[in-house]
Design a protein around this ligand. Structure first.
Ligand code: UDP
Ligand code: MG
Length: 337
């Protein structure tokens, strides 16, 4: 009964959301039916400790035609849970949504329209955030800092209501890195990204799963995962400090020679403060060089694909790959000794 190729997959991570799941179903399914397209909903239970998993099983029994449920064995984090959903989804367009109704499901149509208009990545901007004030302020300033460091343009990084074309999702699945930030990762693969303004609501039930600590961790994932600029900052600083110390040192020696402040050679070249300054510069510089190497290791171990080919234009006669070379028809000219 279920369609192998829905147009739309909605991926929803669920972590301890028992109090809000029913109201989510009540709004989500009618909103999706309204779209008049073939869809599937993929719930990923991220190792909830409450009754969420049982509720999701029930929902699966109620709507098996359009519902799929992935139960993770343990809590893996929101972004990893979404990845698990990506692995299972079959739609041409994949939308991510939070389970707490902060992102109104009625907005999915807007995102879908933007994808249909040709965009492969549709981000969203919350018109009016309904979160604690400290969250809004902190996230605005982190957003700005992050944009400068990573050069990823997202007006509102925290909003997870986003749509991706299937190719983008597949590109993300090719990335084997463990810690990641999905909207940013998707952005690195997007050709035609755009953003739409969406509504935002207060949590329907329960409370935020993010403490200040986990938010800070998440921002580190974002910054270190998409840039080595923080490492490079220190090597540049080190170079600057050590250069400055040499210049000052030379300046001081000249000054002393001309002012006859000193008697012996040792007095001319010995200056503890400047020496310390120089050594600090040297240490920073060394640390910076180390950072450069660490940065390269860091990039390498993420095993992101080097590139992704969109299309290759070539005539069929020359198109062959090494595996099927053995199955070529005999008439085809081959290079044989
Ligand atoms: N979530 C998850 N795993 C976690 C933390 C959160 O799957 O470890 C889910 C959660 O159930 C919700 C979404 O991620 O659907 C966003 O979480 P939350 O609403 O707590 O974040 P906030 O809106 O406060 O940023
Ligand atoms: Mg929320």
């Amino acid at each position: 009964m279920s369609h192998a190729h829905p147009e739309l997959s909605v991926v929803i991570p669920v972590y301890n959301e028992e109090a809000g799941l029913q109201s989510l179903y009540d709004r989500l399914y009618p909103a999706l039916d309204q779209l008049g397209t073939v869809y599937e909903v993929i719930f990923v239970n991220d190792g909830s400790r409450d009754r969420s998993a049982a509720l999701l099983r029930e929902q699966f029994q109620r709507r098996p035609d359009v519902t799929r449920v992935v139960l993770l064995a343990a809590n893996a984090g929101q972004h990893m849970a979404i990845m698990a959903g990506f692995e299972q989804c079959r739609g041409d367009v994949v939308v991510t949504l939070d389970a707490d109704l902060q992102n109104p499901p009625e907005e999915i149509g807007k995102l879908l329209d933007a994808v249909r208009a040709g965009h492969d990545y549709v981000g969203s901007i919350r018109r009016q955030r309904e979160d604690a004030l400290w969250r809004s302020v902190a996230s605005k300033s982190m957003n700005r800092l992050r944009e400068r460091i990573t050069r990823i343009k997202m007006t509102d990084q925290g909003c997870m209501l986003r749509a991706y074309r299937r190719e983008i999702v597949e590109a993300m699945l090719d990335c084997k890195e463990v810690n990641t930030f999905i909207p940013a990762l998707a952005y690195t693969f997007a050709h035609q990204p755009t953003e739409v303004v969406v509504e935002h609501e207060a949590r329907s039930a329960g409370e935020s799963k993010y403490s200040l600590y986990s938010l800070i961790r998440l921002n580190f994932d974002l910054m270190t995962g998409f840039s080595v600029a923080p490492l490079q900052f220190f090597s540049l600083l080190g170079i600057l400090v050590s250069m400055l110390s040499v210049v000052t040192y030379v300046g001081v020696i000249i000054h002393r020679l001309f002012n006859h402040e000193v008697t012996g050679l040792i007095d001319v070249i010995w200056d503890r403060d400047i020496l310390a300054f120089f050594l600090i510069g040297l240490v920073l510089f060394g640390q910076g060089i180390l950072g450069e190497y660490v940065g390269r290791i860091h990039m390498q171990v993420r095993y992101r694909p080097r590139y992704r080919i969109g299309t290759i234009l070539e005539s069929p006669a020359v198109s062959t790959s090494s595996e099927d070379a053995s199955t070529l028809p005999a008439s085809r000219p081959t290079l044989q000794p």
